[in-house]
Design a protein around this ligand. Structure first.
Ligand code: F0G
Length: 398
């Protein structure tokens, strides 16, 4: 069953529907499961470990073994900031971002619905993931990308997996509007995060964090927010495990946006549930360069219900956090992902995060998704003859 989050209207699972026919608001999948957590014991560590909580039949599952990502305790960075820090490394998913979790469920659902073509608008990662899962399922894939603004690793993936890649003159929000119109015309099955099945996959990040911590909640989960599907999904997952009695406490959901693309932070600061879109969003973190997030209402509710927080970070803070994480803890992430670490640093400085809090930062995509930003942050290597004397002299002079 699918339900409208505003008016409560319910729809059958086999409806191809993205927003409520009655009030236009966004939808969510109802998940009503009664199992004991012992059933998860000894299962392989992928997100399908929690298959009872997934809204697809086991026989239709399309998977690349997504989920079960590293959960790294970061002692050095944690000590520096005065918190217990764990980092959930979503760049370790099959195509290098958390989107694979959502696409595994979304594409499985697409097969159940019998569609021939799937599509999305994307700042990059959604398209890379959709292209791979559509290829695996044998479905046509059409992706609309904001022209000139998609990081090269992601663009290469979408093209290489055989998607029809269209560069749209406009930003992500405009591309999303266009692909939504195509979906409503019946041209394709839309797999942006407005599709509630996508979020059913992504909610497993929340499940895994609780499982990783020995069936306990962290004090706070911090993550970057763009179109706002992920924070909404993780909160949904956490609430489901809480309702199932698998954990006692709840985490404060803390969303971080780039200064130049921060409609959710502004709404949070103004105590509003509605956002005012950013007309021309801009940030080095192109993955979250989004002015009108479709899941804003779910995200703002997640932040408020969990007594969480929303904060902005500058491009400079993002790039400096990206380097800090790479060089202190060995975790390479793309700029948008580093927004979670930049946000943590800022919130510690502001006193919003208490000393000794148990924090989970979610880093959403791999460093190599955006190779140009990584290369530009470094100096070119010096070229030297393969001569031991010259090399020794050079190394000792460094
Ligand atoms: N981090 C990365 C690396 C992303 O690619 C995205 C979103 C986010 C964070 C934000 O997640 O949208 O659920 O709030 N990327 C989308 C895309 C928009 O098209 O790949 P969100």
């Amino acid at each position: 069953m699918i339900k409208c989050i505003s008016c409560g209207m319910e729809y059958e699972d086999d409806n191809i529907i993205y927003t409520c026919n009655n009030c236009g608001s966004i939808l969510e999948v109802i998940c009503d499961v009664d199992v004991s957590k012992e059933i998860f014991n000894c299962r392989k560590s992928t997100m399908w470990k929690y298959k009872e909580f997934m809204p697809v039949n086991e026989s239709s599952i399309v998977t690349l073994q997504e989920g079960g990502t590293p959960f790294c305790k970061c002692e050095k960075l944690g000590e520096k900031l005065g918190v217990e820090l764990h980092v959930k490394v979503e760049g370790s998913n099959p195509t290098g971002s958390f989107k694979d979790r959502g696409m595994s469920v979304g594409i499985s659902k697409a097969l159940e619905l019998g569609v021939n073509a799937v599509g999305c608008a994307s700042t990059g990662n959604t398209s890379a993931s959709l292209a791979a899962y559509a290829a695996r399922a044998g479905l046509r894939c059409i992706v609309l990308l904001p022209s000139g603004k998609v990081a090269l690793g992601k663009l290469a993936q979408a093209m290489f997996h055989g998607a029809d890649v269209i560069s749209v003159k406009g930003n992500f929000d405009e591309a999303l509007e266009a692909v939504t119109a195509l979906a409503l015309e019946g041209e394709l099955y839309l797999l942006n995060s407005v599709n509630p099945y996508r979020l059913e996959g992504q909610k497993t990040i929340g499940y895994e964090i609780v499982d990783d911590l020995g069936w306990q909640s962290p004090d706070r989960i911090i993550l970057p927010v763009g179109n706002a599907g992920n924070i909404s999904a993780i909160w949904k997952g956490i609430k489901e495990f809480h309702r199932a009695g698998f954990m006692e406490d709840l985490p404060m959901m803390t969303g971080i946006q780039a200064e130049g693309a921060a409609p959710i932070v502004k709404a949070f600061e103004n105590g509003k549930e509605d956002i005012v879109p950013f007309e021309n969003p801009e940030t080095v973190a192109t993955a979250i360069r989004i002015g009108a997030p479709v899941s804003a209402l779910k995200a703002i509710r997640a932040i408020n219900e969990s007594d969480g927080y929303a904060e902005t970070v500058s491009d400079e803070e993002i790039l400096s956090a990206q380097k800090l994480l790479a060089r202190t803890e060995g975790i390479g992430v793309e700029p948008a992902s580093a927004a979670s670490i930049a946000g943590l640093i800022k919130l510690v400085e502001k006193g919003v995060v208490d000393k000794n809090e148990k924090i989970v930062c979610i880093v959403t995509g791999h460093l190599l998704k955006d190779p140009n930003t990584a290369i530009n942050a470094c100096t070119e290597p010096v070229e030297i003859d393969a001569d031991i004397d010259k090399l020794s002299k050079f190394i000792s002079g460094l």
